[in-house]
Design a protein around this ligand. Structure first.
Ligand SMILES: C[S@@+](CC[C@H](N)C(=O)[O-])C[C@H]1O[C@@H](n2cnc3c(N)ncnc32)[C@H](O)[C@@H]1O
Length: 280
């Protein structure tokens, strides 16, 4: 009964947000995200509505045009045994679409996130199931990490760094879809991630986090953070990750830094001109 569970979790949203609210380094956040975060905060407090994924700061930032689905789906279906991973979780009332042939309800976001994960496996020849620790910078509402955990099939140690309101949204969403025990929201330094969980770390605590990542992911997020944030991530050597999955516009100045770190640029495809992965 996901919506009963959602209602119970939603009642505790404000207290979780208050714990992390001040864990922010203002030098890291661009003005456009400061403005979006304030609007989202007003919408979600004191109790997030059941359709919280439809707020513009989420819907129009994280759900790509449904026309993209037709381009990405064949690649995904060639690599998955069935449509199980494509089935959408109803939490937050995401806009959904029906998959041809199977009738499974999915969303443009789920298809897009799975496409990123499977393109990473294809490009690197690595399986996500072999990864022990993954760090994501700017994880949206938690969608990619939800799918990474399921694709992994075990209990990877995951860390998502994001702004406090998004750390709270990720707590709500991932607690509802993975179970509260699978999630740890951190609110004080130093942060020692809990093994086998998705650790949600507001960015004010990022540089006080002890983590040695195998894989560092940031899709349209580190490039949407300030140059101070990018500088500190690079000084932290991408949290020790030997493998990278980044996505951003081709020509973004961050591209050069990822290429310096051994990544190669891979276009997403003709259906998304000018967008690239940087993969190592
Ligand atoms: C365009 S969204 C992309 C979300 C997700 N990676 C995706 O591909 O759907 C940008 C993400 O970066 C986060 N973000 C913005 N500024 C940030 C900062 N300074 N530090 C960490 N995350 C940030 C936003 O909250 C959001 O989660």
């Amino acid at each position: 009964m996901p919506f009963l569970q959602f209602n119970d979790l939603a009642k505790h949203f404000t207290e979780h947000f208050r714990r992390v609210q001040n864990c922010v380094d203002p030098r890291y956040v661009r003005p456009d995200w400061v403005a979006r975060n304030l609007e989202l905060e007003r919408h979600l407090l004191p109790v997030p509505p059941a359709d919280f994924l439809r707020h513009p700061a989420i819907r129009y930032q994280m759900f790509v045009d449904e026309r993209v689905v037709a381009h990405e789906l064949p690649f995904i279906r060639r690599r998955l045994p069935d449509d199980q991973l494509l089935a959408e979780d109803p939490i937050g009332d995401p806009p959904t679409t029906t998959l041809p042939d199977s009738g499974v309800r999915t969303s443009s976001n789920t298809v897009h996130q799975l496409f990123h994960l499977l393109r990473y496996e294809e490009t690197t020849g690595r399986q996500l199931g072999d990864i022990g620790t993954v760090v994501e910078w700017g994880g949206g509402f938690g969608s990619l990490m939800r799918l990474l955990v399921r694709r992994h099939g075990g209990q990877p140690t995951c860390v998502i760094f994001d702004t406090p309101i998004f750390s709270a949204v990720q707590w709500l969403y991932l607690s509802a879809v993975l179970g509260e025990d699978g999630v740890a929201l951190h609110s004080s330094a130093p942060v020692e991630p809990v093994a086998g969980r998705v650790n949600l770390v507001p960015i004010g605590l990022a540089m006080d986090t002890t983590v040695a990542a195998d894989l560092f992911i940031s899709n349209w997020a580190l490039n949407e953070s300030t140059s101070a944030a990018q500088h500190d991530v690079i000084v932290r050597d991408w949290f020790g990750a030997h493998s990278l999955l980044l996505a951003m516009h081709a020509g973004d100045p961050l591209t050069e830094r990822a290429l310096d770190r051994g990544a190669r640029a891979v276009p997403l495809g003709d259906f998304m001109p000018g967008q690239q992965y940087l993969v190592a």
